[in-house]
Design a protein around this ligand. Structure first.
Ligand SMILES: Nc1ncnc2c1ncn2[C@@H]1O[C@H](COP(=O)(O)OP(=O)(O)OP(=O)(O)O)[C@@H](O)[C@H]1O
Ligand SMILES: [Mg+2]
Length: 299
């Protein structure tokens, strides 16, 4: 069912891209597309709200779809497993190997920092671990579920159940306010009082005075904080964060770091983050360096 598919894509890049596509279309075309997504577009073509057909219990949804789509393997205490990962891309007839024979195991509740030089493949790796991208070879499991052989919709289901993702480039929806950007995944998941919850999350990241601002009216650091609030919105078991403090001043960065580790400790959230900031990396239980396509422990 189309409605259920959308709801399972709470954290999915594809949904974000779909909505961006909608925003770029002529009003009449976008209305058709939105109908297809069972979304209702309101208020001067600016806001998206879910129609009633999409409200309902997120838990019913996830248990149902999990049984249907996600074969599981026994590894309850492991949040993320990657084995023999390869990622090769072809750019202008050149084959580029980004990841090579890479192995990783991250336990539930663990915090892991991935460091490495620019271009070493950190964002590529994070995208593959989160099921946003596929490896060329090798296996990836999230919360005990093998995801590398699932199709896009099935991966979206697993992501919706387990992950939050803070993108290096934020990926906020330009035509939604800060509040609406954080509300969207909550509405898609059928959570009660999404506005109130989104407001609380934005207050936690110090943006209570910017709720009605659109992304282009926010500074880079403010956009980053909206992206962090949005990633937390679905209370993910596993949070992937690509340079979560990359655009923040020291003091704001520190408060975001506090928030990350508070959630890690209070809710047992597994955190896998990419950073160039060694102070942040050292706050994690483990630091791994991506070098030559593989991960090495940093001691
Ligand atoms: N689809 C693609 N096609 C061609 N090259 C790619 C593709 N995706 C990534 N690359 C290249 O692979 C390398 C790794 O990219 P990636 O974004 O993962 O690096 P990174 O470690 O996150 O870098 P940064 O610290 O600058 O964010 C880069 O050299 C990039 O240009
Ligand atoms: Mg990167």
């Amino acid at each position: 069912m189309a409605g259920r598919d959308i709801k399972t894509r709470v954290n999915s890049l594809e949904l974000i891209e779909s909505l961006e596509l909608i925003e770029s279309l002529e009003p009449i075309e976008s209305l058709e597309l939105i109908k297809g997504f069972e979304l209702v577009k309101r208020r001067r073509n600016k806001d998206f709200l879910m129609n009633d057909a999409l409200s309902g219990s997120r838990h019913t949804l996830t248990s149902e779809t999990a049984a249907e789509t996600t074969p599981s393997i026994e590894s309850d205490s492991l949040a993320v497993t990657a084995s023999g990962l390869e990622k090769t891309v072809v750019a202008r007839d050149n084959r580029l190997t980004i990841l090579s024979r890479l192995d990783l195991q991250v336990k539930s509740g663990e915090s892991v920092a991935i460091v490495g030089t620019s271009g070493s493949g950190k964002s590529t790796l994070l995208g593959i671990l989160a099921g946003l991208d596929l490896p060329t070879a090798g296996s990836v499991s999230l919360a005990g579920k093998r995801i590398d052989h699932l199709d896009e919709d099935q991966r979206a289901t697993v992501r919706g159940q387990h992950t939050g993702f803070v993108f290096q480039s934020f990926q906020l929806l330009a035509n939604l306010t800060a509040l609406e950007n954080v509300m969207l995944p909550l509405e898609l998941a059928g959570v009660d009082n999404p506005g109130e919850r989104a407001r609380k999350l934005l207050t936690r990241v110090g943006l209570e005075h910017r709720l009605e601002h659109y992304p282009k009216q926010l500074s880079g650091g403010e956009q980053q904080r909206v992206a962090i609030a949005r990633a937390f919105a679905g209370e993910p078991d596993i949070l992937f964060a690509d340079e979560p403090t990359g655009n923040l001043d020291e003091k704001t960065g520190e408060s975001i770091i506090e928030l990350l580790f508070e959630v890690n400790q209070a809710s047992g959230t597994t955190i896998i983050l990419v950073t160039h900031d060694m102070d942040l990396a050292r706050r994690c239980q483990r630091i791994l360096k991506l070098h030559g396509g593989r991960l090495e422990a940093v001691v």
